[in-house]
Design a protein around this ligand. Structure first.
Ligand code: ZN
Length: 419
């Protein structure tokens, strides 16, 4: 049975307009959890709405996570599927006083944001806008981000739950609903209780273009290079001073320029990238991030970087270095390839709805990459959010509705395949 778009009255757009007005910006400089208390304002609203729908166990925990369960309505034994979205918005752009605007029946015109007319969405700059003719586009008003990343996903999961409750003829197993804080600052799963979550597989609903499904992320390491120079009074330094600052800048200058850097790579190519430098004549530190889709290649990048450091420092008598590599996260494909049905069901759901699936790999990480390694294999499906973390962020109402149907259909297919 195909779930049809015409058969449903959606609440996803209204929910979205309500959620984005609540400021949930996370703060990388905060030590508390969640990093900002205000994220719980949205959490409390969602719990209230879930309870109103009849989801009895919905609750907000002290760390700011919302957990809830949509009970199974089938006699079959279906794996527990979790749908996850994050409630916080990026620290890169203000999220306070968001005034969402619906631009009905978009016809390809420039969209001028009224509170800052310099902010203009042109389809030349946003190629995906060109595919939205006739749709309803939601933007912010020009001075803030919109927050479609990831409140589009939150609203879509909420509407899917409401519709599944309204349509008991659509069979599904137990569905776990999870809304997380602090994803944008990389702490989204730090205080997640996997015991309580008790789900078998999951989907983050935090992808971009309609139809996108991502089961591959970078593997990521951080490397710290510490260079020990030779410090001498500068008035008496001839032939004997070796400045760690200058050696560090030489190391950076010796990095490959036409490959292995973020600015020279794309697709499946990895890189090494200095992100911070700090130093005195005596000692200098360079922080690097190392990225690749392939763990073996990631190790090769780490070795190549060390070789550059070694040969550079080697030219300076009495100088030395320390090189430390720490793991940050791993490509979720390493886990998901053991459970190919998880991504396959996502693809199948989209195909059933007439949405063309776009398989992508993310040149970054997601909560899903960490969740996958915590025991919840978890690809990422589209939420429809575009140009996120900035004032020109936008989402289309029709894409959000299709995401709602995709969530419902994923739940439905898991039930069909169970015995
Ligand atoms: Zn996001």
């Amino acid at each position: 049975m195909t779930i049809n778009i015409e058969d449903h009255e959606f609440s996803v757009a209204d929910r979205f307009l309500e959620y984005v007005r609540i400021d949930t910006q996370s703060d990388p400089y905060s030590d508390s959890f969640p990093s900002t208390e205000k994220q719980k304002d949205l959490g409390r609203l969602l719990v209230g709405q879930l309870i109103e729908m009849g989801i009895a166990d919905a609750h907000l925990d002290p760390h700011g996570y919302v957990y809830a369960t949509l009970p199974s309505n089938t006699v079959k034994k279906v794996p527990v599927i979790c749908f996850c979205a994050h409630m916080d918005t990026s620290p890169d752009c203000s999220g306070s006083g968001v005034k969402p605007i619906v631009h009905h029946h978009y016809q390809g015109e420039d969209i001028i944001l009224p509170d800052d007319p310099k902010q203009v969405l042109r389809k030349e700059d946003h190629p995906d806008l060109g595919k939205q003719l006739g749709n309803d586009i939601i933007t912010a008003s020009g001075t803030t981000l919109l927050g479609a990343d990831n409140k589009a996903g939150v609203a879509e999961i909420m509407d899917a739950v409401r519709l599944l409750l309204l349509h008991p003829e659509i069979k599904h197993g137990e569905i776990r609903i999870l809304f997380t804080p602090d994803e944008e600052i990389g702490r989204g799963v730090d205080k997640l209780d996997m015991e309580k979550l008790k789900a078998d597989f999951g989907y983050t609903v935090d992808g971009e273009t309609l139809g996108s499904i991502e089961d591959e992320t970078f593997s990521a390491d951080a490397a710290t290079v510490t260079i020990q120079g030779v410090s001498v009074h500068p008035g008496f330094a001839q032939g004997s001073m070796y400045s760690a600052i200058k050696i560090a800048s030489e190391v950076i200058n010796n990095l490959p320029k036409d490959r292995l850097s973020p600015e020279s790579t794309s697709g499946k190519e990895g890189f090494v990238h200095p992100v911070a430098v700090q130093g005195t004549v005596e000692e200098a530190h360079i922080q690097f991030i190392l990225r690749d889709f392939d763990d073996e290649k990631l190790r090769e990048h780490a070795a190549e970087l060390e070789a550059i450091v070694r040969t550079t420092v080697h030219n300076y008598p009495g100088c030395s270095y320390r090189y430390v590599v720490n793991e940050q996260y791993r490509n979720m494909k390493n886990v998901l390839k053991e459970y190919p049905e998880v991504t396959a069901i996502g693809v199948q759901a989209m195909q059933r709805l007439g949405i063309e699936p776009i398989r992508r790999s993310i040149r970054g990480g997601t909560d899903g990459s960490r969740l996958s390694f915590m025991g919840l294999p978890c690809p990422n499906i589209f939420a429809g959010e575009h140009a996120f973390h900035g004032k020109q962020e936008w989402v289309s109402v029709q894409d959000m509705q299709k995401a709602v149907l995709t969530i419902m259909t994923i739940a439905q297919i898991w039930e069909e395949k169970a015995i």
